[in-house]
Design a binder for this molecule. Structure first.
Ligand SMILES: Nc1ncnc2c1ncn2[C@@H]1O[C@H](COP(=O)(O)OP(=O)(O)O)[C@@H](O)[C@H]1O
Ligand SMILES: [Mg+2]
Length: 255
């Protein structure tokens, strides 16, 4: 049975999409069957995994408005072991379409339910907001993985995020867990990155992944080639770190 992990943080630019893309593809590289689900209207997970977001026939939006079956929305074997459920700017209208719809918090959950046995992992990229799209991701997910950028304001906004997760646990998805936090864009040349890691460890009572994702230019370049890092530059520090994160995620699930 598939394990569903939402990559969430309402801050933009913290490494959600980079983590969603490369965790998905590293898990696939380790032989796991993966569905990458793009819940962000920016569609960067979609294009970063080589799917043309403007030409794709059906997206998450069509799923939400009931315009297509989930099987018609999934792009199969985009890379070995990796399927993509794409999104694009159409999804930005979903919030409005959902007003007044019954069980709108569970639309994606009910759809993913139909296919989740086909996968070992479903990895969900969330938009940078605590919106109905993020709520849909959190009702669908078994756990939430929170990327934290190693910068001065790292802890800002985290309490709102944890509060939102707790509300979803109470009211919508009692089995939702916090998978843990992963530090991103760590710069070993500065003291700041180290201070941020120490500070978060001291102040956040959550599981923290041992793997720390370094700032690595290859990770920033790869999406423009539509390639995940393990295919774009498998020897890079970025590729190695996401492979280690994938191994940690697998081991944690088997505990
Ligand atoms: N570890 C990293 N090293 C270098 N650049 C990174 C790294 N992680 C993310 N980036 C870059 O930072 C920007 C924001 O990352 P992104 O994953 O899109 O964040 P989010 O999805 O949270 O908005 C992107 O341009 C991305 O390429
Ligand atoms: Mg993003």
């Amino acid at each position: 049975m598939g394990r569903i992990i939402a990559i969430a943080n309402q801050k933009g630019g913290v490494g959600k999409t980079t983590t969603a893309i490369n965790l998905s593809s590293s898990l696939a590289g380790l032989g796991k069957k993966v569905l990458a689900l793009d819940m962000d209207p920016q569609g960067n997970m979609t294009s970063g995994l080589s799917v043309n977001k403007n030409e794709v026939e059906n997206t998450v939006y069509d799923l939400i408005i009931g315009g297509a079956e989930i099987e018609e929305c999934i792009c199969s074997e985009v890379f070995e072991n990796l399927d993509v459920l794409p999104s694009n700017i159409d999804l930005s209208a979903a919030e409005i379409e959902l007003i007044g719809v019954d069980n709108k918090e569970y639309i994606i959950k009910n759809e993913i339910e139909k296919v989740k046995d086909d996968y070992d992992y479903v990895i969900i990229d969330c938009p940078p907001a605590l919106s109905m799209l993020t709520i849909n991701a959190m009702t669908t997910a078994d756990s939430v993985l929170v990327p934290i950028q190693c910068e001065y304001y790292a802890l800002e906004g985290l309490s709102q995020l944890v509060h939102t997760i707790e509300l979803v646990q109470e009211r919508l998805n009692p089995s939702l867990e916090i998978e843990g936090v992963v530090f991103t864009m760590y710069d070993a040349r500065t003291n700041l990155s180290l201070q941020v890691v120490e500070n978060v460890k001291d102040n956040l009572n959550q599981n923290i992944y041992k793997t720390i994702i370094p700032r690595n230019i290859r990770l920033a370049e790869a999406p423009s080639y539509g390639m995940p890092i393990n295919l774009y530059d498998p020897k890079s520090a970025g590729a190695e770190s996401y492979m280690m994160l994938a191994e940690e995620v697998i081991n944690k699930g088997e505990e």
